[in-house]
Each structure stands twice: as C-alpha cells, then as structure tokens.
Design a protein around this ligand. Structure first.
Ligand SMILES: [Zn+2]
Length: 100
C-alpha cells in the first residue's frame, strides 16, 4: 500500500496543497467497474474536470473496491428492511392484542 497523503494533487492542474487549511475537495468517481479517488484544489477545478469527457483519468488511483461491497450492502439493507417489517408486525400484533 502506498502512502496516499504524499500524492495529494489536483486532478486538473496537478498542483499540490501548500497549506493544510486549504479547502480541497475529495471526490469519489465511479466509472463502470473502476473507482477513482480524486482531489481538487477548488470547486472550480472540480467543475471544470467534470465538464470534460470522463476518463482516462491520469494519476488517479483505483480505489480497488471489490464487487463484494454491493452484495454486502444488499444483505445489510435486506436485513434492516426485514427487521423494520418485523418490528412493525410485532407492533401491530401488540396493538391489536391490546385493543381486543
Ligand atoms: Zn487545481
């Protein structure tokens, strides 16, 4: 793994931050299966970059997000949905049982 801190540079003008308090934007861009993690020194440069045709993105590292993330999210989401539905079901049963 490389130290990404030292590679922080604007995807448009390629300059690096001079001060730590500069308001840099970090943007996650997904193009097809590829994830790019981009930095911009200003919102203007981010806007200009996005107004251009998308990749090839030079100098951007692929974040190497494995496709398992989507599946995991699906499982977590489904579990939460079932849990919420279960709670609603229990709530309705309780209310019905309480009323009658
Ligand atoms: Zn820039």
């Amino acid at each position: 793994m490389e130290d990404t801190e030292t590679e922080l540079r604007c995807a448009l003008c390629e300059r690096t931050p001079e001060k730590e308090d500069e308001n840099w934007l970090d943007v996650d861009v997904r193009v097809g299966e590829d994830d790019y993690y981009l930095w911009f020194c200003s919102q203007d440069h981010a806007a200009e970059w996005f107004s251009r045709p998308l990749p090839p993105v030079e100098g951007a590292e692929s974040a190497a997000v494995d496709s398992g993330d989507g599946v995991l999210f699906g499982i977590v989401f489904t579990t939460m949905l079932l849990a919420v539905l279960g709670l609603i079901g229990i709530g309705i049963c309780t209310v019905v049982g309480w009323l009658f």
